[in-house]
Design a protein around this ligand. Structure first.
Ligand code: WQD
Length: 346
């Protein structure tokens, strides 16, 4: 029986590689399209060792519409999971045009190629950064939108473009997944977060400090209105996040979503502070990870935690893995990187 064909753009990246593993293990036929701008060149080989099968990889950029259209036609793609794009909030302030070109331009190019093929359905990778800063304890999908950085604005623009494409019939149906804070790594420790440039996210900093690549973790502020004063976030294991994509695809394959564009949070509904994350990671690696309290980082909000109910109700999906598991898996992968330090070591 023909497998359901899934094109994963950005499929060699941190989130994408974990999505590829879960899709293949669930019996889908997967093709990766990636320009490897933010992915190690040997990720496809590592993925093939995990799944025990060959994986088709197209090296290219979603902005190459001809390549995308050709790939869609040749590979019998039924669903596109669009993850390719730039995702560093800090970098987006200094290079906004690059972010709009890669993220918005890339999405338009992809949608045009999809329209010219058999119109596969779309799963789009969005972000909690599309929400406006809020004092609400849990953010539902109906919370106010209002991104405060070019990265978040690019994601919201794409959500709107996808909605218009579904209304016009250019796209049959779509689900947008709004990620909260993905962390952790595959239990095999063969894939995980390996930022090729200076990542500004907390978990890579904690892991690289634990590995001795950095002196100390800088805790950006302890004067927020939170239990211990440090920022609270909804950390979600990247494998749970990947499984959310499988659930979204199964939902799209059903009858109900035709002609609809749903937006769904992928988070756990539980928030942890920076200090709690550092403590949990210290438990996982067996020693205290050194850290200092410094000033707040501009643009940070105090608390950002998902209301996960809609994902449970519509996709039948909820996150299952604990913060402890996230830290253990993240640390196990970090330890495999001994000789792969990024250029920006402190
Ligand atoms: C988490 C907490 C910081 C670094 C980002 C982006 C975006 C999105 C989710 C995809 C905050 C604190 C951080 C450090 C610290 N991903 N912190 N010291 O800003 O919540 O969201 O990830 O869409 O990439 O929006 O994540 O990991 O940068 O920060 O104290 O060195 O850790 O203040 O409270 P953030 P983060």
């Amino acid at each position: 029986m023909k497998k359901i064909g899934v094109l994963v753009t950005g499929g060699a990246g941190y989130i994408g590689s974990h999505v590829v593993v879960e899709l293949i293990e669930e019996g889908f036929g997967v093709v990766i399209l990636d320009n490897f701008e933010n992915a190690e060149s040997d990720v496809p080989q590592r993925l093939e060792r995990i799944v025990g099968d060959e994986i088709r990889v197209v090296r290219g950029d979603v902005r190459n519409g001809t390549l995308v259209a050709e790939t869609l036609k040749k590979s019998g793609i039924d669903i596109v999971v669009h993850l390719a794009g730039k995702k560093a909030v800090g970098e987006s302030f200094s290079k906004p045009l690059d972010y709009y070109d890669a993220n918005v331009g890339g999405a338009i190019s992809l949608l045009e190629a999809m329209q010219s093929s058999n119109k596969p359905a779309l799963v789009f990778s969005s972000s909690a950064t599309v929400y406006a800063p809020s004092d609400r304890m849990l953010l539902s999908e109906s919370a106010d939108l209002g991104p405060i950085n070019p990265y978040g604005r690019s994601k919201l623009m794409i959500e709107e473009i996808v909605s218009d494409a579904v209304i016009s019939g250019d796209l049959t149906s779509a689900i947008t997944l709004r990620y909260f804070n993905p962390v952790g790594a595959h239990p095999s420790a063969m894939i995980g977060e390996q930022p090729s440039n200076a990542s500004n996210n907390l978990f890579p900093f904690i892991a690289q400090t634990a590995a001795g690549w950095r002196e100390r973790v800088r805790v950006f502020g302890d004067d927020y209105p939170t239990p211990d004063g440090t920022g609270v976030r909804d950390y979600i294991h990247v494998v749970d996040l990947a499984r959310g994509h499988v659930a979204a695809i199964r939902h799209l394959m059903g009858r109900s979503p035709q002609g609809k564009h749903s937006k769904v949070n992928l988070g756990t509904g539980t928030g942890y502070s920076v200090k709690e994350a550092i403590d949990a990671f210290s438990q996982a690696c067996g020693f205290e990870v050194p850290h200092d309290i410094v000033g707040r980082r501009p643009g940070d909000v105090s608390t950002c935690v998902a209301d996960p109910r809609l994902a449970a109700e519509t996709l039948g999906w909820r996150a299952e893995m604990s913060l402890e598991r996230m830290c253990c898996d993240h640390w196990a992968f970090q330890r495999t990187l001994r000789d792969r330090r990024p250029d920006d070591r402190v």
